[in-house]
Design a protein around this ligand. Structure first.
Ligand SMILES: Cc1cc2nc3c(=O)[nH]c(=O)nc-3n(C[C@H](O)[C@H](O)[C@H](O)COP(=O)(O)O)c2cc1C
Length: 197
């Protein structure tokens, strides 16, 4: 197994939640497998998700937008693996994580805007990715809605990464109907997947 530097991005305000338990499980399992873990807890780090007027104006100014968010850009650029842990809220990631994409996945960081107007991926140093996502609703209903969090992780994110990288999607559906056995099996699946990451 190849040892990687893995950036784990977590978006949930409560440590004593299912997502908090999954974040702990992901970190422990990756570390137990020998990976170097950089845990980015967006709430604990008070990440500001709002793309300001100045940032929007400077969106295509690579130096300016890299300088504003430098510590986060550096962490993303140091990563060889990427894991997200979050619940869907109103069919999308929590605002704090959406804002991470808005502010950090910008030109000069996650992609390059070429002179002819075409876009090129710029996170090709990231060879492995996964997302752990917990849904209140059942999977058939999410399918009907197009399951935006799943598509964001398996289609949108994929384009930025090293060629051939297929993000692993671990979705726990139907949490509104409690099922302890299903939940335990899901946590075990997350543990196994991270140990083999
Ligand atoms: C503000 C809010 C919006 C939510 N929106 C959705 C949703 O659109 N789809 C869904 O399946 N579950 C939704 N849920 C349910 C959560 O995803 C679910 O409660 C969560 O994954 C449980 O994990 P937790 O205990 O760690 O918070 C929502 C919950 C909250 C608090």
């Amino acid at each position: 197994m190849i040892v990687l530097r893995v950036l784990v991005i977590y978006a949930h305000p409560l440590a004593d939640s299912l997502n908090g338990a999954l974040f702990a499980c992901v970190k422990e399992s990756l570390a137990a497998a020998g990976h170097e873990v950089d845990a980015l807890d967006l709430y604990a780090e008070n990440f500001d998700p709002v793309l300001s007027a100045d940032e929007r104006r400077a969106y295509f100014d690579v130096e300016a937008n890299r300088a504003r968010t430098e510590p986060y850009v550096a962490r993303l650029e140091a990563a060889e693996g990427l894991v997200f842990v979050f619940p869907p809220w109103c069919l999308g990631p929590p605002a704090i994580l959406k804002g991470f994409f808005d502010r950090i996945m910008v030109p000069g960081v996650s992609f390059r805007l070429e002179e002819d107007g075409s876009l090129s991926p710029n996170l090709r140093h990231i060879k492995k990715a996964a997302a752990v996502v917990t849904y209140g609703r059942e999977r058939p209903l999410l399918w009907w809605f197009g399951d935006p969090p799943r598509r964001m992780m398996t289609r949108y994110l994929k384009w930025f990464l090293a060629p051939g990288t297929r993000p692993v999607f671990l979705g726990h559906y139907g949490l509104h109907k409690p099922d302890d056995a299903y939940q335990r099996r899901f946590i075990e699946k997350v543990r196994r997947t991270m140990r083999r990451f």
